[in-house]
Write a protein that binds this ligand. Structure first.
Ligand code: ATP
Ligand code: MG
Length: 343
């Protein structure tokens, strides 16, 4: 499927360029009695420039050559032949071709430069975002440890405990961030090697919530799977990571004490797992972006995060041949729907 998509993306520009040349020739047919052929050439040149800027050198060169041929065949007397009466036109053709090739080379260079600049911009935006995420917990850890060291033993046991807990919490956050970044690069580079083994989804969910024991507190976690739920083949550690990110969000973006529901079902040859929380929800306009890396909803308030969790989950779920989507009613909660094949 990916190959057809790549092939289609490569062929489309050529097809559209050919279409544009024929459209220009048609236009030339309408105006050829009112305009000198050397002026009609300008329309073709415009098409070459547009094609070069939009799709680069290859389609632009094809457009230049095709333009000269159709221009000669349809718009230069004698019509419907490639012969020319007036040899001056040969000069026009030659100049057109040279100009076409120069323009397409220049335009494609500009295109490359723009892309390069966008990539550089993206890289520095990513670096800024990552350094900021590193700086905050590091500052808190340094702050807590300095307060402890500078206190000259004047702190009571409770205060010492609080400082150390802050340092530990922030270290855990740093650890999570580094792990997320590593997972991101691992799952994104397309080399994700998953080794699937049959697994019972109820056990899987149990193992997943086990990781959040300390954060669940008084929350009601409802896990509902039908009795005849089939086993599915998954890479346990990776899939665990995928669901841990979803559940981490469900706990993080909903108030303490509110319930989280997990409902499993089997639809044909697919299993579906729905994770629902009753928290702040996600604005409609953000729903399409939350799976992008580093994307965070603006009104996420002061809830900490890097915007990597869901993109990692998506990579992992897709590597299993599955898909993930989200629905939400703002202020009422968010629902994440994961589907993957049973085989
Ligand atoms: P990270 O998971 O990397 O620590 P994060 O939680 O901000 O950071 P994602 O898990 O990728 O990043 O989620 C992207 C954004 O989607 C979040 O910042 C949040 O705004 C929104 N979001 C995700 N899950 C929920 C949810 N259950 N309820 C409300 N908003 C959510
Ligand atoms: Mg998250």
């Amino acid at each position: 499927m990916q190959k057809t998509k790549i092939l289609r993306n490569k062929i489309y520009p050529y097809l559209i360029s050919i279409g544009l040349v024929f459209f220009t020739t048609l236009l030339g047919e309408f105006v050829k009695r009112r305009l000198e052929p050397t002026n009609i050439v300008m329309f073709y040149l415009l098409v070459v420039v547009i094609v070069a800027i939009r799709w680069g050198q290859g389609p632009a060169i094809v457009t230049s050559i095709l333009s000269v041929l159709t221009f000669d065949f349809f718009l230069i007397p004698p019509y419907l032949t490639l012969n020319v009466h007036d040899f001056e036109y040969l000069f026009t053709f030659a100049v057109f071709l040279v100009v076409g090739i120069i323009v397409s080379t220049l335009a494609s260079k500009v295109r490359e430069q723009i892309i390069q600049r966008q990539t550089e911009k993206l890289h520095s935006a990513l670096l800024n975002s990552i350094s900021h995420d590193f700086k905050t917990p590091l500052a808190s850890i340094t702050g807590a440890l300095s307060a402890f060291l500078d206190s000259n033993s004047r702190l009571d046991a409770q205060q010492v405990k609080e400082l150390l807990e802050t340092a530990r919490g922030e270290s855990e956050r740093l650890n999570l961030l580094v792990n997320n970044l590593l997972d991101m690069t691992r799952t994104e580079s397309g080399v994700l090697r998953i080794s699937k083994k049959p697994c019972d989804l109820r056990d899987f969910m149990g193992a997943c919530f086990e990781q959040f024991k300390s954060r669940i507190g008084s929350r009601n976690i409802e896990i509902e799977f039908p009795k005849d739920m089939p086993e599915v083949a998954v890479d346990f550690p990776y899939m665990l990571k995928a669901f841990m990110n979803i559940i981490d969000n469900a706990l993080k973006y909903s108030p303490d004490g509110s319930p989280v529901e997990v409902v499993g079902s089997c639809i044909g040859r697919k299993v579906q797992i729905v994770v629902r929380d009753h928290g702040c929800g996600i604005p409609k306009e953000d729903l399409g972006h939350i799976f992008d890396k580093f994307y965070r909803v603006r009104n996420a308030g002061n809830i900490l995060g890097t915007g990597l969790g869901l993109s990692i989950s998506k990579n992992i779920i897709e590597a299993h041949g599955g898909c993930i989507s989200a629905e939400s009613i703002l202020g009422k909660g968010a629902t994440f729907i994961v589907e993957f094949p049973t085989e």
